[in-house]
Design a protein around this ligand. Structure first.
Ligand code: AMP
Ligand code: GLY
Length: 426
């Protein structure tokens, strides 16, 4: 059966999703809302914002869309999946209640404790004085997190009590993230190496995707403030097959079971941000959607069609579904605007895109660009995700940076050490 599919979102992750889905022989028509100028070469873009639940529901009904794939967290947390399911439409992504695993860090912690999942000890507070007392009691280092959605910027890793006090004041006092900071979670600082585990879930069954590692800090060597992600690669040696199986047993399965028992079955992608220490995968966070930029290298490695697995997750038939992986590794380097993750200017012309994309095994996913008369301009903080395949991580890294060297605009910056953790292990 040929299908009409709508992808919701407009970033690099959605460019990768559209790029992958567009290759499926099962597609009759592919739409993206709102999409982007880069996505427009692969799908028909519809001028509806990702958060506009009513307008998206109307579009799905009018166009008779068979399947909606929701990229970002905001529409999931706003209940887009529930709305479309109530209309009898297939949708890939969790319900509003299940998306709270990302939408509320306190809820995620509560589920983890109930499910017996390894995670940092914590306190959750709605009262600023109680939060400050907890800091006094716990001592540094510790981590302060805004409870709600904050575009990856609501987490403060604090090396001193003073930093933690100022983080709480920022979130609860200054209300830097608005109502997303009405509550805070304060947790123990965990050491180890981070990895991203993305799995497809159909409410009950689990299909892990290939492992990946993100680079959240803005500067080389994991220095500077956290960003949405400055680059990612797959596979990640820290999450080898044995550790991946362990993380599914210790983390994903108990959470999926607990959600089901509570009557809020989880469907879609579950993303576990892990800290691996002494052979134990501790959960730092859950996301209710594909990671950005992890999706870019992970989907690049899928050998064949992604759509059957997505449909199986929607239909409750993931058990027995397989995804075939290319033996190659993939590395994605994010090119960002000068100033990102703080304030930045947009509208700089990007040069060298054509030369970079012509290189072997390179795909350039656009996160924040706009096209005007055939010329490309920056239009966001994270601008491009230059993604390369190679026979191993070293070759993929070398190819990615060769392509990066072709590209420039005023103020462009990027990390030079994406994938080095994998290389340094050897
Ligand atoms: P999160 O959005 O909760 O994953 O946090 C963003 C980043 O902050 C993570 O990728 C880690 O680098 C860091 N982080 C979060 N929680 C902890 C923790 N308990 N211990 C150490 N680092 C953490
Ligand atoms: N790369 C981190 C995230 O998608 O949240």
């Amino acid at each position: 059966m040929k299908m009409k599919i709508l992808v919701v979102g407009n970033g690099g992750r959605e460019h990768a999703l559209v790029w992958k889905l567009a290759q499926s022989p099962m597609i009759e028509k592919l739409y993206c809302a709102p999409g982007s100028d880069a996505i427009a070469s692969l799908a028909e873009c519809v001028n509806i914002k990702a958060e506009a639940v009513d307008a998206l529901a109307d579009f799905v009904a009018e166009q008779n869309i068979d399947l909606t794939v929701i990229g970002p967290e905001a529409p999931l947390v706003a209940g887009l999946a529930d709305r479309l399911e109530a209309m009898g439409r297939k949708v890939f992504g969790p319900s509003q209640a299940a998306a709270r695993l990302e939408g509320s860090k306190a809820f995620a912690k509560e589920i983890m404790i109930a499910a017996g999942v390894p995670t940092a000890s914590y306190g959750a507070f709605s009262d600023i004085n109680e939060a400050l007392n907890y800091i006094e009691k716990l001592g540094a280092p510790l981590v302060v997190k805004a409870d709600g959605l904050a575009a990856g910027k609501g987490v403060y890793v604090c090396h001193t009590k003073e930093e933690a006090v100022s983080a709480v004041n920022d979130i609860m006092g200054q209300k830097r993230f608005g109502s997303a900071g009405a509550n805070v979670v304060i947790e123990e600082f965990l050491e180890g190496e981070e990895a991203s585990l993305l799995v497809l879930v159909d409410g009950e069954n689990i299909l892990p995707l290939a492992s990946a590692q993100d680079h959240k800090a803005v500067f080389d060597g994991d220095n500077g403030p956290n960003t949405g992600g400055m680059g990612a690669y797959s596979p990640a040696p820290v999450l080898d097959d044995a550790m991946l199986r362990k993380a599914v047993e210790l983390v994903v399965k108990p959470v999926v079971d607990t959600m089901k028992q509570r009557g809020i079955p989880y469907k879609g992608v579950l993303y576990a941000g892990l800290m691996i220490n002494n052979g134990i995968p501790y959960v730092l966070e859950f996301n209710c959607r594909f990671g950005d930029p992890e999706t870019q290298p992970v989907l690049s490695r899928i050998d064949g069609d992604l759509l059957p697995a997505i449909l199986a997750a929607c239909d409750g038939t993931l058990d027995g579904t397989l995804i075939k992986w290319k033996p190659q590794a993939a590395v994605c380097v994010v090119l960002a605007s000068g100033g990102y993750p703080d304030d930045y200017d947009k509208g700089f012309e990007i040069s060298g895109l054509e030369e970079a994309s012509a290189k072997k095994d390179i795909v350039i996913f656009h996160a924040g660009t706009r096209c005007d008369g055939g010329r490309w301009f920056t239009n966001g903080g994270r601008v491009l995700g230059v993604t390369a395949l190679g026979s191993d991580v070293a070759e993929a890294k070398a190819r990615a940076y060769e392509a990066v060297a072709c590209i420039s605009w005023k103020g462009m910056h990027y990390r030079k050490d994406i994938a080095d953790k994998a290389l340094n292990k050897k």
